[in-house]
Design a protein around this ligand. Sequence first.
Ligand SMILES: C[S@@+](CC[C@H](N)C(=O)[O-])C[C@H]1O[C@@H](n2cnc3c(N)ncnc32)[C@H](O)[C@@H]1O
Length: 265
Amino acid sequence: MSDVVYSHGHHESVTRAHAARTVENSAAYLVPYLERGQRILDVGCGPGSITIDLARRVGDGEVVGIDASAQVVEQARALAEASGVTNVRFEVGDAYAVDAADGSFDVVHAHQVLQHLGEPVAALAEWRRASRGIVAARDVVYSATAIHPFSEGLREWRRIIVALQDANGGEADAGSHLKAWARAAGFTDIATDVETWCFESDQARTWWGHQWAERAIASSFATGTDEHGLATPADREAIAEAWTAWAADPDGWMSMIHGWIVARA
Ligand SMILES: C[S@@+](CC[C@H](N)C(=O)[O-])C[C@H]1O[C@@H](n2cnc3c(N)ncnc32)[C@H](O)[C@@H]1O
């Protein structure tokens, strides 16, 4: 439906970072709405760690994860097999055209997906059609990311990642648009608020800083910024060095706010 490019791509440095996500750290707002026996659709499931965690929480219910990338769906299937969770399955699927009858799911969930879609309102309308309960989504507001120390390299990272998502046809500040998009998709009963990631401990800085040092050089961040003329190899090296320095700095601190919605279908 839309030729938007997925800005992060599926390099190992990216999917490794995404596979660290859980319901607790990435969808805590959804927990009060989860019940045993529910059918849940996780749209744009990526490597599937949140999807599998959702499946653990619905007992004899069933969770289906769909993603446009066959490569990442294979990874998600392998993760499910390794985790021994059996009430989850993963399929290649399109966020704009869910392969299910109207009202098939109690919950349609999407984490960090709408920011990558060129037609988020059309996607939300489709998820509303497939849901008999709620549609839940959470997305970052990249330009509100606060970093200390805010070195030149990290300023450039924040500026460039917003520009890249824009150049690829997405919306880097999607978290602040969710309520408006849901209203435009026809929802009238919408709960919304923010959740925050904060990385500051030695362990969290090492994890975040080193994965971004690698992503800056080796993932779709590198190819995308090259293609759109947003950064040179030297710029990307400087960004990688800035993240490595931040990871090693005991004063290092950062927060990323995420808007979320729970909308009744
Ligand atoms: C940032 S990742 C989020 C993955 C996962 N939800 C998580 O938070 O770990 C976004 C995912 O959306 C998928 N995606 C992008 N456009 C899509 C579309 N039109 N239909 C289905 N999946 C899509 C990408 O392939 C990618 O795996």
